[in-house]
Design a protein around this ligand. Structure first.
Ligand SMILES: [Fe+2]
Length: 297
């Protein structure tokens, strides 16, 4: 299967200007967080397109390249679900799908709404049957908008059990149905570094044949003043180049991911300057070599 290379689009004009050449010449698809292209007039009101909705679509039309969606807020594992909240997401996503024609749609494993309160980052789920069923339900809801769906292994900073058990639980969630896994290797690296486990043991417990997309990115370390102990944690902050352990993990996983369709480089806006663009280009070329193709190889 042909494996493509993508870059995550950021709702940031400076980022888009700096990456304009890369976006035209070195990627095969664009990844969009749909929520970054929306706004709502007030909390709970319907979502409407913002300026990036139009600008991302224009980029797709100018380049002829497709989109994939990587959401941040549908809260895939929440239980019980809020039908009105789900409908807000679905109404906008169904409208978006008619324009962006997302090849697939993933969101983060976890819950990002708790008793009506929206969280900035998802919380981990217990590795039990109820959370498994909740996650499967979340995936079915996403399929009302985009037929091909999946979830990303998140980067959590605490765990409801042995983190290696999470990988086995993810396998169980995917035992049933047609959903895919977005394998984020920096998330695995971050958790392995902080919790002290072997990242290969984690990925080897995942159903790698269900991986549709891989994420590579970098991060930084927390400020020692954040914790009373002075302990420093690795952060999944997407603000630095992809570190070698992540590339090593990608090389380990790549031949085991028989149904992989895309490798996406993630880097947040506001963390690059002109001098960083050649390095981003080299990272995209490296991803293309790993993919075994891609325009930038
Ligand atoms: Fe990711």
């Amino acid at each position: 299967m042909n494996v493509s290379v993508g870059l995550a689009l950021q709702p940031d004009h400076a980022f888009l200007d700096l990456c304009a050449g890369l976006l035209r010449e070195q990627v095969d698809y664009f990844e969009v967080a749909p929520e970054t292209t929306w706004r709502s007039a007030s909390p709970g009101a319907d979502f409407e397109p913002n300026r990036f909705h139009c600008e991302f679509l224009a980029l797709g039309q100018a380049t002829g390249l497709p989109f994939v969606a990587h959401g941040v807020g549908i809260s895939i594992g929440t239980s019980p679900r809020d039908p009105a909240r789900d409908q807000r997401w679905l109404t906008r996503l169904i409208a978006d799908q008619s324009q962006f024609q997302y090849l697939w749609y993933t969101d983060h494993l976890g819950t990002s709404v708790v008793e009506g309160s929206e969280l900035a980052l998802p919380l981990p789920l217990p590795y039990n049957e109820a959370a498994c069923q909740a996650t499967r339900t979340g995936l079915e809801i996403m399929q009302h908008a985009v037929p091909t769906v999946g979830f990303e292994n998140s980067a959590f900073y605490f765990h409801p059990g042995d983190p290696l058990e999470e990988a086995r639980w993810i396998s169980h969630v995917l035992d049933h149905g047609s959903a895919h896994l977005l394998l984020d290797l920096h998330n695995v690296h971050t958790m392995a570094t902080n919790a002290g486990f072997d990242p290969r043991a984690y990925v080897d417990s995942l159903p790698l044949e269900r991986v549709i997309e891989m994420h590579v990115s970098g991060g930084s370390c927390s400020d020692a003043r954040w914790l009373r102990s002075g302990r420093v944690l690795r952060l999944d902050s997407h603000d630095h180049p992809v570190p070698e352990p992540v590339w090593d993990l990608a090389a380990h996983c790549r031949p085991r991911c028989a149904n992989l369709r895309g490798i996406t480089l993630e880097r947040v806006g506001g963390t690059i300057e002109q001098g960083d663009v050649p390095l981003l280009g080299e990272e995209l070329r490296r991803a293309a070599r790993l993919a075994g193709g891609g325009r930038g190889a």
